[in-house]
Design a protein. Structure first.
Length: 351
């Protein structure tokens, strides 16, 4: 079995090649939004320097045997969602990549329309359904089986190993490849998730004047923690780096959310080595800085952790007290003290 399983999101807040090089034997793919493509995160402006940088980094990846996965995974494309305009945009951008010698191995999308366009115009390109589609059951996958070659398991259940095994068996039986995401920091079953993704697709996630007027905040996860609900982090949908070997035999790729994270180097090193000594919240996306850090080693050393990790009641919590006890055992006073929670979201949300 190949040791290459990690998919790294392209970043340029740190030197991409220098960060990835020590772990190149673990990196299977790099996923990226090509300049001019709307994706599932707010986008910085594409200066000439950034354009040159992404081309250089992707060429380096390809030279080192790393596959390319280009993402058209915005949750909403507005008025052009089912138009020739969008079809031609996808075609134009793929041709641009090809002209640079960077035609991708995979295209990840949230749009069945884009999937159909690519099937028609680029039949050799492998299509992957985005994790943001939340296609969480084999029945749902069966409805659209002709439109994709690989998919991500439903994020809200993928900490459960029995679920991953079930979805993996379906994938193998149907000639598909399944992936999972290792470090999502979102709340489990977050009611604001679709709302956030729609805002991301339109590059509008920050607070607006109207939101302020009505006393509304779209940062649901932040407000939960501000009210002291830190147990919700323990109940989350992330995978500890040390637990990754439990899941890797059943997945073809493990996605690491690094594109807008302040510490992509920490994330890649942790999951490449399956070991992390530090605040677990710091390697999740979004990146949190809590008043108390969640010490990863203490968390894993607790006999409660396997029970909490595999908890089948997480979607309908019975408040048995195990998460609270585990949180208490793993919490340490943060070096930053009682940090301003709002500032920890600035790299995830643009506004």
């Amino acid at each position: 079995m190949s040791n290459r399983k990690l998919a790294v999101g392209w970043f340029d807040n740190k030197p991409f090649q220098d960060v990835c090089a020590p772990h190149v034997e673990r990196i299977k793919e790099v996923f990226f939004a090509w300049p001019g493509v709307t994706a599932s995160r707010p986008m910085d402006d594409w200066t000439d320097e950034r354009r040159e940088r992404i081309v250089s980094d992707l060429r380096w990846a390809k030279e080192n045997g790393i596959e390319l996965d280009t993402i058209f995974n915005a949750n909403c494309y507005g008025d052009i969602s089912m138009t020739e305009t969008l079809a031609d945009l996808v075609t134009e951008k793929l041709n641009e990549m090809d002209s640079k010698g960077l035609f991708p191995n995979h295209l990840t999308t949230t749009s069945p329309f884009i999937a159909k366009v690519v099937r028609t115009r680029f039949p050799s390109l492998k299509i992957r359904f985005s994790i943001n589609m939340d296609i969480a059951t084999t029945g749902a996958l069966g409805y659209v089986e002709d439109l994709f070659d690989s998919f991500y398991a439903g994020r809200n259940a993928h900490r459960r190993l029995d679920y991953i095994k079930e979805m993996s068996a379906w994938a193998k039986a149907h000639g598909k490849m399944m992936g999972m995401q290792a470090n999502p920091g979102c709340l489990r079953n977050c009611p604001f998730h679709t709302f956030h993704n729609n805002l991301h697709g339109h590059n509008r996630v920050g607070q607006s004047a109207a939101a302020e007027k009505f006393g509304f905040t779209n940062f649901m996860c932040r407000t939960v923690f501000e009210r002291g609900g830190y147990e919700e982090f323990i109940k989350g949908i992330w995978i500890r780096p040390e637990d990754l070997p439990l899941y890797e035999p059943y997945v073809g790729v493990v996605k690491l959310a690094t594109r807008r994270h302040p510490h992509p180097d920490k994330i890649i090193a942790a999951y490449a080595t399956c070991s992390y000594d530090g605040d677990l919240a710091e390697i999740m996306d979004p990146f949190y800085r809590f008043p108390k850090s969640i010490d990863n080693k203490s968390l894993g050393a607790s006999p409660l952790w396997p029970q909490v990790r595999d908890c089948a009641n997480a979607d309908n919590c019975t408040h048995c007290g195990k998460c609270a006890e585990l949180l208490k055992a793993a919490s340490k006073v943060s070096a930053s003290g009682a940090a301003d929670m709002a500032s920890t979201f600035k790299n995830f949300f643009k506004g």
